[in-house]
Design a protein around this ligand. Structure first.
Ligand code: C5P
Length: 235
């Protein structure tokens, strides 16, 4: 499928895949873990391509360039990652060709994000929208804790859990990321600039998908394998 890109935008993606995946275990970088016979990073790249994104930078652990090139078959631009996720995003942005004007930043760990969800996040960045991401309403009851103590119940109404890809005009993500800011979530960097009055515009969310789970712990691989089996039987 092809995304209806905002008028005139050249869409590119940065797939951050430079984490070691220590919570997952297994001794290989998480993005190279195979699920249903394909690596998470290859699945993430494929989802972006099916959403109509042609230019994709994959940010890998610096020592793993050959292993990533082998699974991606030259279809992506490779860039070595940094110390934390934000540094890896910056490395990916630096490697994007100059004609890219709209950037989708995606976690390789969210390898099963449906192309429709990716396309919807891209379409949302138009007019005064300076950032968009898929998100899901929260099913669990949320508590604030202090050590072992539960101290408050949070109001779940109006709370969503955000996923990736997170999409921005290139100039916006460049501007909020350059100062060496560190975040687990790029949207947060934009929100902070808006709150400080240093940027104008809106951050919006579009409906995400349970399939866009972030593969983090070994149990997540059981779900991911089931998703892969479902995809295989649907084709
Ligand atoms: O560790 P966590 O799962 O939160 O990482 C989210 C994403 O950021 C993963 O896809 C991981 O590969 C990536 N990452 C990165 N460079 C780092 C740390 C994390 O690209 N230094």
């Amino acid at each position: 499928m092809t995304a209806a890109h905002p008028a005139g935008a050249q869409v590119g993606a940065v797939v951050v895949a430079a984490g070691r995946g220590e919570r997952l275990g297994g001794g290989v970088p998480k993005a190279l873990v195979e699920v249903g016979g394909r690596t998470l990073v290859a699945r993430a790249v494929d989802g972006l391509r099916r959403a109509g994104v042609a230019t994709i930078v994959v940010v890998h652990p610096p020592s793993e360039a050959d292993a990533f090139a082998a699974v991606l078959h030259d279809t992506s631009i490779l860039a070595p990652g940094g110390e934390d996720r934000s540094a890896s995003v910056r490395a990916g942005l630096d490697a994007l060709p100059p004609d890219v004007t709209l950037v989708a930043v995606h976690d390789a760990a969210r390898a099963f994000t449906p192309p429709e969800v990716i396309a919807a996040a891209i379409r949302a960045v138009t007019g005064d929208v300076v950032a968009a991401a898929p998100a899901l309403p929260v099913a669990d009851t949320l508590k604030r804790v202090d050590g072992d103590d539960v101290v408050a119940t949070l109001d779940r109404a109006g709370v969503v859990a955000v996923q990736t890809p997170q999409v921005f005009p290139r100039a916006v993500i460049r501007a909020v990321g350059v100062a060496g800011a560190s975040a687990t979530d790029d949207l947060g960097l934009v929100e902070a600039r808006l709150a400080a009055g240093e940027l104008d515009g809106r951050v919006v969310w579009v409906p995400g998908s349970p399939r866009a789970l972030k593969v983090t712990y070994p149990d997540d691989l059981v779900i991911a394998e089931a998703l892969a089996r479902g995809e295989a039987s649907a084709t």
